[in-house]
Write a protein that binds this ligand. Sequence first.
Ligand SMILES: NC(=O)c1ccc[n+]([C@@H]2O[C@H](COP(=O)([O-])OP(=O)(O)OC[C@H]3O[C@@H](n4cnc5c(N)ncnc54)[C@H](O)[C@@H]3O)[C@@H](O)[C@H]2O)c1
Length: 459
Amino acid sequence: MSSCLLLTADCCLLSPPRRSIHTVPKTELLGKIERREAVVSVVGLGYVGLPLAVEFAKEGYTVIGVDVAEDKVNLLNAGQSYIPDISSDELAKLVKSGKLSATIDFSALEKADAISICVPTPLGKSKDPDMSYVIAAAEQVAAYAHKGMLIVLESTTYPGTTDELVMPRLAKNGFVVGEDVFICFSPERIDPGNPTYHVRNTPKVIGGITPACVEVALALYSKAIDQVVPVSSTRAAEMVKLLENTFRLVNIGLVNEMAVMCDKLDVNVWEVIDAASTKPFGFMTFYPGPGLGGHCIPIDPLYLSWKLKALNYNAKFIELASAINSDMPLYVIDKVIDALNEERKSVKGSKILIMGVAYKRDINDIRESPALDVIRLLQERGADVSYNDPYIPDLAHEGLAMKSVDLSVDAVQASDCIVIVTDHTIYDYAMVGANARIIVDSRNAMKKVQSPTATVVLL
Ligand SMILES: NC(=O)c1ccc[n+]([C@@H]2O[C@H](COP(=O)([O-])OP(=O)(O)OC[C@H]3O[C@@H](n4cnc5c(N)ncnc54)[C@H](O)[C@@H]3O)[C@@H](O)[C@H]2O)c1
């Protein structure tokens, strides 16, 4: 708590208070929240920020989204959604009603009573946390902060970010946190493409710098979210998200290693997992795959291990699981090489069609997608690689520039090998099974196809 001079149950003094303690800003803010008069701003209108902004607007709050990306701001203001989980119809209605708008002008934050920060937290080139987006957003917020404002950081990050990076930047005008301004961390748990769980019915954990901070955030978020879960500090809330994502990273690493071990033992890992899943207690199902993808699981645990390194501690599970998961694209390539070898073919010169390049099924996000590695590794070996993804018409990433081809009977028949990297629901797996020669199926997507004529190779 380096920059905090004093932390009591009620308030955290960022600098000596300029006036006597009173509770007016909190009472006023709670009143505005209750009467739906609070203006909510969401900074960063991506996969996390846009659904959150929509949820607050649906609850009757006036929501102003702020983003540095002009294209997103223009689309939003035109009522056009750029995120599959949000329909343009729903967005257009909210925009038309005046409840939701967006801007690139940060001075709009001046009007806000509550601000949720949902900016990216990627890794830098050296795989360390890149906090530049959070710092930039916190500085913009600080420039327009006023008494009676709630600020909630939602970006996934290491424990200590809210009190070490965000709070000091709000130390403007001698604001007293917990009295003048209210600062919280609330991890976003959104699961893009999940048909069951969305913003409203996914419980939301909230930790504040002081109890008053949590009280205000709970009042607001409980209007838009069915269940809110308070924890004792921003650090605890930051750690909750990292536990959740590290849990997934480690279990996926375990099951990926199971796949490798089962292969060596000539056992079908998918059959083993399905049978193990019948145990009604003490087992949770995870499946192997071509490697980790997305903005969260491959990245967030590294935020934790980075922070722990500074405290002279090695996060061993995270390192081991990351290493196993990073090897999976290469494992898929080995499967392709072996399958082609059986047909007396080399990878070099073979036509290989990748099905699915999004990092998971039914979404349009390629961040950290293992497909990028699979394509690169195949191209490095001289394969003639094409891809199909109904959600990703163009693939432009670090030197890759490809266009999705039609998944037609002709295209499948013309391929020496099909590699299923992402098992999108709308794919016609029966057609692929009836027309392909070899299918390397990294997701067990062909399981429902009865007697495919193709040779199907599983992980
Ligand atoms: N995508 C997910 O499934 C998911 C789930 C849970 C948590 N998260 C976390 O939520 C955070 C946001 O992720 P996302 O997927 O929404 O990212 P995103 O890239 O889809 O959206 C981030 C948005 O922030 C904008 N932005 C960047 N800098 C800005 C600034 N200084 N001011 C205003 N806007 C700025 C970008 O233009 C972009 O529109 C990350 O920390 C991520 O780890 C993501």
